[in-house]
Design a protein around this ligand. Structure first.
Ligand code: CAA
Length: 711
């Protein structure tokens, strides 16, 4: 095994190289290795200065996230942090100039190591950041104390509360002292030698903040807190980061550092942090398919085509164009094509007005989309995504045509949200090339891509889709070919409960507000008004015609009555809410909905009653977890974590709750099962415990090994 931390001397500069692939994470052995190497350099007569650099593609991406699982109590964390803080002080106390040479990323603990050096030089494309809040923690190795001294309080507050990495080049003059063009190590050695010649060292902790800086910094802390009250509802870590920075301003470096350790210890054992750490690994795990090894050959996607220029098709074409992939966009006639293209242009113009796109970029991206009403050129594309109307016959006919007009190795993907992918495979005549690429509306914005595996889908086609998802900026999750796949299958249970709660006595605003307070960006009724009540109604009509329903149990008549009234949501100016005008987002509750709910309740013989917000959350999350357990047991999702990722990215389930399956573990599966049984007794036999839920409870386990006990 290669040494994790290497030591050598070049041109009288000690070079300490961290070599812990893939991202040089700070495992306990790496921390010790750095400490020993800096001590060795200080004692080495052959070295006048020291450079710390990362091997491979990056500096240090932070602490090893898995280590946090070892902290069972805040006390465990405090003990560990004290050791780390002392270690970083020893680095800072180096008598020889100590220089961090940053390429790739200096993140979290990596940035904190860099800030404990006397100077930082960086490659022009390097990035620095304190992403800890994204893991539900705060910088715990002095970051909240050293960053304000180097970068200024405002910049530190931003980096520590939004977690976004910033380009090193933009931090020049603050956290970064010099940008090196050309070989980084050569530049860093030359920089270190200059500092040695000038006998220059600088401890970040000794950089004093002026009275004025402190006053302005404290005001910035208060402003940041106010801003986060709106955007980070229900989360602790971003506020804890502000508290730690504020403590440093009020109490000075040493006492501020103690406060940082306390706040870190509080956060690292929180459910919020466990949930976010779970998602960090779950998001990476989704790309691993047990029978599709990492080295499975993939097809190169150079050109693409999309059939159907409606809302979804247009958004999908934009995804390809945004990734620089030329795409043919086919519609049945010129008028439909023109409408689709006008929408695409409007979407790009909105991005331009927000400063996200220059006029040149807009034209360049649009030029990658070639409109067409024929299949000309389809023999040259590597993938086609079908996005025609959700109708089996129409889709089968499209796949039959695609089978004829494309190359035999061309991937044929369907954006269907419900229909059987295998039928399309058969219609195309080459099922190995066929699968689902289910995007979420708006397709150019939402990050989830359900990759639906058909019975005969080729492994190379799956591997290519996963790689392509990344290129398109999506999180690709492979799911099985069941009705509604994973996302919409579970959504049906979420919506069933929302409708029934309304009939039983809750109001539309109460249900929506309970869910937004829980952390969702929008409640079920607000979401329907955005998506269009007509869309759901048409799907229900189709299902009725084939004798199916999306979720077992009573089907509320209220959404269909709204549809009959032409209340389709925001676009018609009325839906579950009233809007100022068609297209407006300004809404007010509508008493008509309560009347409709009362009528529906009367027909079903239900006495309406007051319903608490707790019941709303319990009913909805229990329905999700119970159906999720079925999806998992039936093999339509590979892992519970995949379901969490689907729901977080598809429907905005709050990340800090870890997804519906992780959340169920935090509630406790015995409680979840008890609720299902209670609901069965109260509401009817359509509530049935999922067999997996019963098995896990009987075995004393959670969806995640050990998670039930750990949370
Ligand atoms: N600890 C443990 N494993 C890590 C890790 C970390 N800090 N960072 C990345 N990895 C692992 C990933 O899980 C992944 O493993 P698999 O290949 O087994 O799935 C592998 O390294 C490669 O990671 P990515 O797939 O994410 O690679 P990428 O090139 O797309 O992104 C990255 C690289 C930008 C560094 C990204 O991995 C990342 O953002 N990492 C986390 C950075 C972070 O949050 N650091 C702060 C840690 S907390 C801390 O440091 C607290 C403190 O104050 C001391």
């Amino acid at each position: 095994m290669p040494e994790l931390v290497r030591y050598e001397v070049k041109d009288r500069v000690a070079v300490i190289t961290i070599d812990n692939p893939p991202v040089n994470a700070l495992s306990p052995a790496v921390w010790t290795g750095i400490d020993e190497a800096v001590a060795r350099a200080n004692a080495d007569p052959a070295a006048d200065a020291i450079v710390i650099i990362g091997a491979g593609t990056t500096f240090i991406a932070g602490a090893d996230i898995k280590v946090f699982d070892l902290f069972k109590t805040p006390h465990d964390s405090m003990a560990r942090s004290e050791t780390t803080h002392a270690l970083l002080r020893r680095l800072e106390d180096s008598t020889k100039p100590l220089v961090a040479a940053i390429h790739g990323n200096a993140l979290g603990g990596g940035m904190e190591v860099a800030m404990s050096c006397h100077f930082r030089v960086a490659a022009r494309d390097a990035k620095i950041g304190q992403p800890e809040v994204l893991l539900g923690i705060i910088p715990g190795a002095g970051g909240t104390q050293r960053l304000p001294r180097l970068a200024g309080v405002e910049a530190a507050l931003k980096m520590c509360t939004d977690g976004k990495a910033v380009p090193a080049a933009a931090a020049k003059g603050g956290a970064i002292d010099e940008i090196v063009d050309g070989d980084l190590l050569t530049g860093a050695i030359a920089f270190a030698a200059r500092k040695a010649a000038a006998r220059e060292t600088r401890k970040t902790r000794d950089i004093a903040l002026s009275g004025d800086q402190i006053t302005r910094g404290l005001a910035a802390c208060a402003a940041a807190r106010d801003a986060l009250a709106k955007t980070a509802r229900g989360q602790r870590a971003p506020f804890a980061a502000i508290d730690a920075i504020e403590a440093g301003l009020q109490l000075g470096f040493d006492r501020g550092s103690v406060r940082e350790r306390e706040l870190f210890a509080e956060c690292v054992v929180s459910t919020e942090s466990k949930a976010l750490r779970h998602l960090f690994f779950a998001e990476r795990e989704v790309a691993k398919i047990p029978d599709v090894p990492k080295d499975t050959p993939t097809l190169e996607i150079r050109r693409a085509a999309v059939v159907g220029a409606g809302t979804m098709g247009g958004g999908i074409a934009m995804n390809y164009a945004n990734a620089g992939i030329p795409v043919l966009l086919k519609e049945i006639d010129q008028a439909a094509l023109d409408r689709g293209l006008a929408t695409i242009r409007r979407n790009y113009e909105v991005s331009m007005s927000k400063g996200k796109l220059t006029p040149e970029q807009l034209e360049k991206t649009l030029a990658l989309i070639t409109p067409t009403t024929s299949y000309d050129g389809f023999d040259r594309v590597d993938i086609v995504t079908e996005a025609v109307f959700e109708n089996m016959d129409l889709k089968k006919q499209t796949f039959a045509e695609l089978g004829r007009v494309t190359r035999p190795d061309c991937i044929l993907a369907s954006n269907s949200s419900t229909l059987d992918i295998d039928e399309f495979g058969r219609a195309s005549g080459r099922p190995a090339q066929v699968l689902g690429h289910h995007y979420f509306s708006p397709a150019n914005v939402m990050k989830l891509l359900e990759i639906v595996r058909g019975r005969e889908t080729g492994k190379d086609v799956l591997a290519t889709s996963l790689k392509l998802a990344k290129r398109l900026g999506k999180v690709g999750v492979v799911v099985g070919n069941c009705f509604g796949f994973v996302a919409n299958r579970m959504l049906a249970y979420y919506m069933r409960e929302a409708y029934l709660l309304l009939e039983e006595g809750a109001s539309v605003p109460q249900i929506d507000n309970a869910l937004t307070a829980f952390g969702l960006p929008v409640g079920p009724f607000g979401m329907q008004d955005i998506a269009g009540i007509d869309v759901g109604a048409r799907i229900r009509q189709y299902l009725k015609s084939i004798g199916k329903s999306r979720a077992e149990g009573p089907q509320s008549e209220v959404p269909d009555r709204l549809y009959e009234m032409g209340r389709y949501g925001q676009k018609t100016g009325a839906g579950w809410y009233k809007y100022d005008a068609p297209g407006s987002r300004n809404r007010t509750p509508d008493p008509l909905i309560d009347t409709l709910a009362q009528e529906a309740a009367a027909k079903r013989g239900i006495t309406r009653r007051p319903i608490t917000d707790d019941e709303i959350i319990a009913r909805i999350t229990t329905a999700l977890a119970n159906e999720g357990a079925r999806v998992l047991d039936e093999g339509f999702a590979l892992r519970a974590g995949d379901i969490d990722v689907v729901y977080v990215y598809g429907f905005g389930f709050p990340r800090h709750r870890g997804g519906p399956m992780f959340y169920a573990d935090t509630v406790g599966l015995p409680t979840v099962l008890a609720r299902v049984k209670e609901y069965r007794a109260r509401f009817g036999d359509y509530w049935q415990p999922a067999p997996l839920l019963e098995r896990l409870v009987a075995e004393g386990r959670g969806f995640y090994t050990g998670a039930a006990a750990a949370v």
